[in-house]
Design a protein around this ligand. Structure first.
Ligand SMILES: [Zn+2]
Length: 422
């Protein structure tokens, strides 16, 4: 399966060289002149830059990319929205504009964000999807936060009331991309921004209980206490399975028996992982140690284990997260750029461990993945050695994810995997 990823030949650590300063070349003030991009030499130069210089480079690259993404997903389509979702569609562009606004305070980004959310609002009125990543909940959530920052209280009220109209039905699954966990994540997002009773605990609590009830029906005492199904498969990963659902449950106040079941589920996964430290995509697929993605495999599960280490203070979870990070380092330099199953998403595993442990080598590893992208992603995409995917400008599948990561690298302790970590 070596063709899924690039062999990681980057050194285990490269110290920053304080003497390496930005050179002024040909009037191009502030740009570091790196010769022959895409070579081991150019990559090592990026890795030895003092962090402030590198983060300026990354921020500039992100803002340039944002302009391209706006043109490609909004300008060239004449503001038509085919896929409104944050995951692969136009809402991702709005999300990136908002992130850029938070960093630069450029009001044009905020107003364009609101314009795009308005189009996504119209495009999603008939949608039955209820989550942040793939449903109308994401539209209402980004809309309400952007409206608040723009000081438009009427618009804020509109998006919040639209969110409250969203109904989760018996037919929805429990997972993150299309189900209850993804709806609950949006409630947490709104409560984080606007105060914890914005969406009251009485309404979220009922859905938490429903998820636990469903999980116990398929779970086994002495085995995996909670288990869920999505289209007939019992997935383990963040997008459709156990890791994503456990991650959201850990954000809520659970009773002690519920907490024990979440803990037991994660311990079952650790006991049954592959010898490599990677995780199966599902119960049905325990033989193929292939995927090292956020959606399926070690990266998404590592983020949940970091969360579990924070909640339970249990060394076993921290150790398992660190083991998973080793898999991501050796096999996570994927031939895709995005957040869901690409290098950008995988870099967040190291950022989460850096935040939790303060170990500088984890920041280095995140930096190494970001520098790999900065140095050669455009070239590798142009030559076809990396795949652009079906939605090449989106956050979760395309270069939108790379822009998101580059912006997060500017303040790495504040970095959060989008639509997953708080
Ligand atoms: Zn994926």
């Amino acid at each position: 399966m070596a063709d899924r990823f690039f062999q990681n030949v980057m050194p285990d650590f490269v110290p920053e060289n304080p003497n390496m300063i930005e050179e002024e070349v040909g009037g191009n003030r502030g740009r570091v002149q790196i010769h022959s991009q895409g070579t081991q030499d150019s990559l090592l130069r990026f890795l030895s830059l003092p962090y402030t210089s590198l983060s300026q480079q990354l921020q500039r690259a992100a803002l340039d990319l944002k302009e391209t993404i706006v043109v490609e997903t909004w300008g060239l389509s004449r503001q038509r929205v085919d896929d409104f979702s944050l995951y692969a569609g136009t809402l991702g562009t709005a999300c990136l504009l908002f992130k850029s606004f938070q960093m630069t305070h450029n009001k044009n980004d905020l107003s364009l964000c609101l314009e795009i959310v308005k189009a996504c609002d119209s495009a999603s009125t008939q949608s039955r999807d209820v989550t942040f990543l793939c449903g109308r909940a994401g539209v209402c959530a980004i809309g309400s936060v952007a409206a608040k920052h723009a000081g438009d209280d009427k618009l804020f009220d509109y998006y919040l009331s639209q969110f409250k109209e969203i109904k989760v039905s018996k037919d929805h699954p429990d997972e993150l991309l299309y189900g209850r966990a993804g709806y609950l994540w949006t409630c947490l997002f709104l409560n984080n921004h606007f105060g914890k009773e914005t969406i009251p605990a009485t309404s979220t609590g009922a859905i938490v209980k429903e998820i636990i009830r469903n999980g116990r029906k398929l779970g086994k005492r002495g085995g995996c206490p909670l288990m869920f199904e999505w289209y007939g498969e019992r997935y383990w990963g963040a997008a459709h399975g156990l890791a994503g659902i456990m991650h959201v449950l850990l954000e809520f106040e659970l009773s002690s028996d519920e907490l024990e079941d979440v803990k037991g589920t994660l311990k079952y996964m650790i006991r049954n992982r592959f010898p490599s430290g990677n995780y199966p995509a599902s119960e049905e697929d325990k033989k193929q140690d292939a995927l090292v993605h956020w959606c399926h495999g070690a990266p998404g599960i590592a983020l949940t284990l970091v969360k579990a280490a924070e909640v339970f203070g249990d060394k076993e979870f921290l150790q398992a997260a660190m083991d998973a990070a080793e898999v991501v380092w050796s096999r996570g330099l994927l031939k895709r750029v995005g957040i869901c199953h690409g290098i950008s998403g995988n870099a967040y595993v190291f950022l989460a461990l850096y935040r939790l442990t303060g170990i500088i080598e984890y920041l280095y590893r995140a930096k190494a993945f970001a520098c790999f992208l900065l140095d050669r992603a455009h070239m590798l995409l142009a030559t076809g050695e990396m795949h652009g995917g079906d939605n090449p400008f989106s956050i979760f599948e395309g270069v939108g994810g790379m822009a998101h990561l580059f912006l997060d690298m500017v303040q790495p302790k504040n970095a959060r995997f989008p639509a997953y970590e708080f």
